[in-house]
Design a protein around this ligand. Structure first.
Ligand code: ATP
Ligand code: MG
Ligand code: MG
Ligand code: MG
Length: 475
């Protein structure tokens, strides 16, 4: 059954509505009142307090398609974009949730039924993982669902001292609701490199994780201690783009309908003929996160959330430059995104003009220094000894040409080089000491959160806000 992305999203919500789940709209990418979280990174975020027992809803089962960004903090996939078939900075997470209602048995049953019945996936293509000591989940998969024991893989903690640091122990951040989980994988076939989870080749993209069912049982505190949640609950997340790839008979998420249309549009714009070019994929990914972040009220700036946004925009612009873009182009791709996703996300349509304007201003600003910065980097690389770009150079590119460190790292990676991060941090610290002013640039962007924007953001007033936008870009 070939389904487009919109149909899959709808089929998911319909299935869970039939199972008495309340359909809940996606929340903003800017988490409401949660300073521990950079951006919304999972469907469960908006229900965090319900899991903790401090908030109550009129329903005990919910389902949603949640927009997520993973570009910093605990879940950071920025560096994976362009390198794996399955990671985006922005993606949609389909989820079903039980707040003290059903637990492991029904969560597993629903998941399996939706995949194999509603979507008709062949059972022999699926395999599952469970948390090492979770005999209960193993038994449900094996005895009730009928998955053969050799297709159920137990995954333990990464090392004995890292208790509860496992792919099968899910946590939204360093603190908050967490618990053991069971993940469902799809085998895309022998012709693709990679091994099943737990094997030495698991980093490959042959076996792709599609759905994570989390058995929310604990609340983790900052000191690492865990207390039981008031009621055992369920939180699941399935990447819409990953399941769409399977339903559309392709391997990479970048080959699905939404991405192909974004890629074609950008290729036309930049006169690129090779549609598999990595940079096209990066741009198609980044236009989604950047547009949705701006539509949700984040503005490019030099700190916190705004700096993460700026880094993503600049990375996209650099990839456009690599494809031969001679002028501003990135903001033009917004139109293609609105064509693809405007129907599902009316807020994007509402904010289109603003998103375009912000991206254009940011791009014009960065283009002034991009060429010179790249020329300097190229020059230095000609005489580089070894495979590490010195921290001082990374700092100079940052300080003078506006290159975020991960942009330099992205260039470096394409040439099998790395950057000297400690050296860069030291140079940054030197500057901070000099200016006696705390800069918020750091590796863990959670440290640098500015949470002045709340999720009830309803849009900018274009007329009056342009001036402040320009101010921010200048900072
Ligand atoms: P992976 O191991 O592939 O990085 P994950 O275990 O980090 O995925 P979860 O935190 O379990 O992902 O999120 C639930 C689901 O959301 C995943 O099973 C996957 O389908 C989807 N997902 C997670 N991260 C991304 C991403 N960066 N881009 C697209 N989909 C994602
Ligand atoms: Mg991940
Ligand atoms: Mg995983
Ligand atoms: Mg997972």
């Amino acid at each position: 059954m070939k389904m487009n992305t919109a149909q899959i999203r709808q089929a998911f919500l319909d299935y869970f509505a039939q199972q008495q789940h309340q359909v809940v709209a996606s929340s903003s990418l800017v988490p409401a009142d949660d300073p521990t979280l950079l951006f919304t990174n999972a469907g469960m975020n908006q229900f965090k307090d319900v899991f903790l027992g401090s908030d109550k809803r009129s329903y005990s089962r919910a389902t949603s398609s949640q927009r997520c960004v993973r570009a910093g903090g605990k879940h950071n996939d920025l560096e994976n974009v362009g390198y794996t078939a399955r990671h985006h900075t922005f993606f949609e997470m389909l989820g079903n949730f039980s707040f003290g209602d059903y637990f492991k048995q029904d969560a597993i049953r629903f998941g399996w039924q939706f995949l194999t019945d509603t979507l008709g996936l062949p059972k022999e293509k699926l395999l599952v993982t469970v948390y090492e000591s979770d005999d209960e989940a193993f038994k449900i998969w094996n005895e009730e669902v009928g998955v053969a024991a050799d297709r159920i893989i137990r995954i333990g903690d990464k090392s004995p001292d890292k208790k509860f640091e496992s792919d099968n122990f899910w946590a939204m951040g360093d603190t908050g609701p967490c618990g053991p989980c069971t993940e469902i994988f799809y085998d895309h076939g022998e012709h693709i490199w990679g091994g099943p989870p737990g094997s030495p080749e698991e980093d490959g993209d042959r076996f792709i994780e599609i759905w994570n069912l989390v058995f929310m049982q604990f609340n983790r505190h900052a000191d690492g201690t865990m207390e039981n949640l008031p009621k055992p609950s369920v939180d699941t997340g399935m990447g819409l783009e990953r399941i769409a790839a399977i339903m559309q008979g392709v391997h990479s998420n970048y080959e699905i309908d939404i991405f192909q249309n974004l890629i074609k549009y950008t290729a036309d714009l930049l006169n690129v003929t090779d549609l598999e070019n990595k940079s096209l994929r990066v741009i198609a990914d980044h236009i989604r996160s950047c547009s949705f972040l701006i539509a949700d009220g984040v503005m490019p700036s030099n700190e916190g959330r705004g700096y993460v946004l700026r880094r993503i925009i600049r990375r996209a612009i650099r990839h456009g430059n690599q494809l031969g873009a001679k002028d501003v182009f990135f903001y033009k791709v917004v139109q293609a995104l609105v064509n693809e996703m405007g129907e599902a996300y009316p807020e994007l349509v509402k904010q289109q003009a603003l998103v375009e304007k912000m991206l254009r201003i940011e791009e014009e600003q960065f283009l002034k220094t991009l060429d010179r910065g790249l020329a300097i980097l190229n020059d230095e690389l000609k005489t580089l000894e070894g495979a590490v770009i010195p921290g001082d150079l990374v700092f100079k590119l940052y300080d003078t040409y506006g290159f975020p460190a991960d942009l330099t790292a992205d260039v470096a990676r394409e040439r099998d080089l790395t950057i000297d991060e400690p050296g860069f941090e030291k140079a940054m610290q030197g500057q901070r000491d000099k200016s006696k002013e705390a800069s918020s640039f750091g590796k863990d962007y959670n440290d640098a959160l500015t949470t002045e924007q709340s999720s009830d953001f309803t849009g900018y007033d274009l007329e009056t806000d342009t001036a402040s936008v320009v101010e921010i870009i200048k900072d």
